[in-house]
Design a protein around this ligand. Structure first.
Ligand code: EPZ
Length: 419
């Protein structure tokens, strides 16, 4: 258990560098085994989810060498076909190994994935896409067995732009004979990163960033180093932390366009936002103004992953803000904990109404999930006194040294490991 001690009331100032993207790294690690290549990744964040993905790769027979934020992967000696249940349960994106294994060896045995509990998270769209490519899939309890006697290119139509299902379809299509077209694809920057990486491995993939992706033939190529893009949700979290605490901070190593919807609402709330090509400065007044309506949506809409941290920044805003969560059915688990700080949040189904209060007070909270945990840290920065957030490791699944980044900006924060 980690105990995050945060004494609120310190304005933030200075600059910090944003980590590499978790949600780009995980599918890219899975992709590294789709084709028998060597690759070298740079800017890989040190996260528990990344550790779990590397453990899966090792277990399947890949050679991994990790030094700081660079990871070399040689998937030439792949021998396994099965991801054990305990590793599947560590994170949601373990399910992407299904498409990668099918592409590479026509066989994959896994179980249903774990990950943050945000309501129902079915994998029907993943299975539909893999079946369209010719995979035979048997589900028994939580076990899934996939086989194919040669995947064939196909036209896949998603009724909803699922990020993970799009990634699984892209990976499996790399092992198919003939061209695949994915319609209704997710358009997130992480999908573009996956396309760029697959192309660096020799695959012919185009269209990522639009709703139609084409996957064609695979050529042999020399391996090339690949840099993981920066984490737009970690950037949004730090931007909201400045909004919550007040002050001014420069976030480096970011692509402002990738979290422009979050910056838009911080601006509406009274923050000055100065963007450069690879940096953003957020200058926040002592108290924000209410904003809304904020409605989460697939990219390029407002990201569901930034919803809890923006909510935290708005708790002390003047007036009433509204947020509507449309992606996950249960992504307000942080609300009950935030109320312990004196926050006034009303939940009406998928809509949250935040009545801004003048002051928040310290409290003892328990992190409910990754972004929910981060939202508690963000809220505590503006609460009077010392808040303690007890966390069973949710936050470090996705944030690399969040406490260090906030401390660098002047926050009074320390993390104690309670065994
Ligand atoms: C990815 O999850 C991210 N995870 C999530 O980030 C993010 O919240 C989500 O995309 C949406 O942006 C990773 O990239 C590792 P989806 P994923 O499939 O792929 C429904 C974080 O905090 N759905 O786009 O699981 C599903 O139930 C995490 O970093 C189906 O119905 O998201 C959900 O309501 C949390 N059937 C919606 O689609 C399916 O087969 C969006 O899910 C698949 C999804």
């Amino acid at each position: 258990m980690e105990l995050w001690h945060i004494r609120g009331g310190r304005r933030l100032s200075g600059s910090c560098r944003v980590q590499g993207s978790k949600n780009a790294t995980l599918p890219i690690l899975a992709a590294s085994l789709a084709l028998p290549r060597r690759s070298e990744l740079e800017g890989v964040p040190g996260l528990r989810d990344v550790d779990a993905a590397l453990e899966i790769l090792r277990l399947l027979g890949c050679r991994i060498c990790r030094e700081g934020d660079s990871v070399q992967i040689d998937s030439g000696g792949l021998s396994g076909r099965e991801v054990p249940r305990e590793l599947m349960l560590k994170m949601r994106s373990s399910v992407i190994f299904m498409g990668a294994l099918l592409a590479r060896c026509g066989e994959a045995r896994l179980s249903l994935p774990g990950g943050c509990r945000l309501g129902k998270r079915p994998i029907d769209l993943h299975l539909m896409a893999l079946r369209a490519l010719g995979a035979e899939i048997r589900e028994e309890g939580d076990r899934i067995e996939c086989r194919s006697r040669g995947l064939r290119g196909a036209q896949i139509r998603f009724p909803f732009p699922s990020v993970g299902a799009t990634e699984n379809a892209m990976l499996a299509a790399c092992g198919a004979q003939g061209e695949t077209r994915i319609f209704g694809a997710a358009r997130e920057p992480e999908i573009v990163a996956l396309q760029d990486y697959l192309c660096a491995l020799g695959a012919e993939v185009s269209g990522a960033g639009t709703d139609c992706i084409t996957v064609g033939a695979v050529r042999k190529t020399a391996s090339a180093p690949f840099r993981i893009p920066s984490d737009r949700i970690a950037a949004a979290t730090l931007a909201c932390a400045v909004g919550s605490a007040g002050g001014s901070a420069e976030l480096k190593n970011v692509d402002p366009a990738h979290f422009s919807t979050v910056l838009h609402f911080l601006n509406q709330a009274g923050c000055d936002i100065i963007t450069k090509q690879r940096a953003v400065t957020v200058c926040a007044p002592g108290r924000l103004r209410a904003v809304g309506p904020v409605v989460t949506a697939p990219y390029p809409g407002f990201p569901t992953d930034a919803q809890p941290v923006l909510m935290a920044a708005l708790l002390r805003a003047e007036g009433d803000s509204t947020i509507t969560e449309t992606i996950f059915e249960n992504r307000y688990r942080q609300v009950e904990e935030l109320r312990r700080l004196g926050a006034q949040i009303e939940l009406q189904g998928r809509r949250a109404l935040i009545h801004g209060v003048e002051r928040l007070h310290a409290g003892r909270l328990r992190a409910t999930d990754l972004r929910g945990g981060a939202s508690m840290v963000v809220a505590a920065l503006s609460a009077d006194g010392e808040t303690v957030v007890a966390d069973e490791g949710h936050i470090t699944r996705g944030y690399e040294n969040l406490d260090g980044a906030l401390a660098r900006l002047g926050a009074e924060i320390r993390v104690e490991n309670d065994g």
